[in-house]
Design a protein around this ligand. Structure first.
Ligand code: F6P
Length: 375
């Protein structure tokens, strides 16, 4: 057997992959458990054992993990959240430490590597968004055999046509808009719905389309306040005395900035967005004199059971990820391309953020049915 040195890790070149770790990193979303199940159930067919790492990369650094067997993943397909726990503050390369009443940032990647070795892992499957994929790339450079599975309700990961979780979030937005439609129309009100998505407008765009919003505001298309007021008043002239505005948390007016709720330096991206819904509602009421209310959907979009679409996509991603592990295709991320699951280099996934292009078909269709983007 040939022994090769791989940046700190001693690997047997001809050995089979026998033991894999799995973790869920970053914010949770519907479908994580379906991936864990999709990885763990076929593992024994490949002759592999699966170690579930607790609370994402935090558990990798702190050495917290548990064996996963078929029984542990039985009945979790439709369950929201993650049975392993997750964290968006456990980046090994950006590890917050409380010192003299202040927070200092340390590098704990060596601890992560030590645990990976101590657990005898041949590969680690990390399910997460762009923050997780950045960490995967760096851990891969240290010699860990990383495989990425893309998740995020935001759908902002380049190199995959879709991330699981997005469809479930869109479902929540559409259902909320359906419900708000009836109350907005009964009371002749404007209702503003703020949705998540960070710097990408996919949730607002797809949710707004599915729920029949009258105005959709997204980060990629800065809006004019006057155009927003005009649309509401024009609808009234047509006998529609109510309007639904679906606004992405990252949307911004042409003459302004994104609304930031707070900063958290412990996270990969410290910026916490939120508050644009309140601002939009206030400005509409002040400038159109129409009664306006706001609903912030917040974490409702991340909780609960995945849609059938997300269950299927997550299961395919999980089953494909363990196949990649068995074939020693490390440094790769599973990705949906059209209707097929393929794999791409992890670097490709993080080279750009996937944003809504203003000339995309969904924007075209929305405009065709009379939805305004406040341009
Ligand atoms: O990335 C997923 C996401 O839900 C974003 O849409 C949102 O901005 C952010 O996470 C919220 O994070 P937290 O749960 O830490 O408040």
């Amino acid at each position: 057997m040939v022994i090769i040195e791989n940046k700190g890790l001693i690997m047997a070149a001809s050995s089979k992959v026998k033991r894999i770790g799995i973790l869920t990193g970053g914010g949770d979303c519907p479908g994580l458990n379906a991936v864990i199940r999709g990885v763990t159930k076929p593992a024994q067919d490949y002759g592999m054992s699966v170690l579930g790492i607790i609370d994402g990369f935090e558990g990798l650094v702190e050495g917290r993990a548990k064996e996963l067997k078929n029984d542990d993943v039985s009945g979790i397909l439709a369950r929201g959240g993650t049975i392993l726990g997750s964290s968006n503050k456990g980046d090994p390369f950006h590890w917050p430490i409380q010192k003299d009443g202040k927070i200092e940032i340390a590098n704990k990647s060596e601890a992560a590597l030590r645990n990976y070795q101590a657990w005898n892992l041949d590969a680690l499957i990390a399910i997460g968004g762009d923050g997780t994929m950045h960490i995967c790339k760096k851990l891969g450079e240290m010699g860990m055999n990383m495989i990425g599975v893309p998740k995020t309700i935001d759908n902002d990961l380049e190199a995959t046509d879709l991330t699981f979780g997005h469809d479930s979030a869109v479902y929540v937005v559409a259902e909320a808009l359906d419900r708000l439609h009836t109350t907005a129309s009964s009371h002749h009100r404007v209702i503003v719905v703020e949705v998540m998505g960070r710097y990408a407008g996919w949730i607002a765009l797809n949710g707004g389309l599915a729920g029949g919003a009258d105005i959709i505001l997204i980060p990629e298309i800065p809006f004019s306040w006057d155009r927003v007021y005009d649309k509401i008043l024009k609808r009234e002239l047509m006998g529609k005395k109510f309007s639904l505005v679906c606004v992405s948390e990252g949307a911004k007016p042409m003459d302004g900035e994104m609304v930031i709720k707070g900063q958290d330096i412990k996270r990969h991206d410290p910026v916490q967005l939120g508050g644009i819904g309140e601002l939009v509602a206030k400005k509409i009421e002040e400038n159109t004199n129409r009664e306006t209310r706001v609903t912030v959907l917040g974490h409702l979009q991340r909780g609960g059971s995945p849609t059938p679409f997300d269950r299927i996509l997550s299961t395919k991603f999980g089953a494909f990820a363990i196949q990649l592990a068995a074939n020693k295709k490390f440094g790769r991320m599973v990705a949906l391309k059209g209707s097929d699951v393929k794999n791409v280099r992890i670097e490709e996934a993080i080279s750009h953020q996937k944003l809504v292009q203003p000339d995309t078909q969904a924007v075209f269709a929305a405009k065709a049915v009379g939805i305004s983007f406040g341009e």
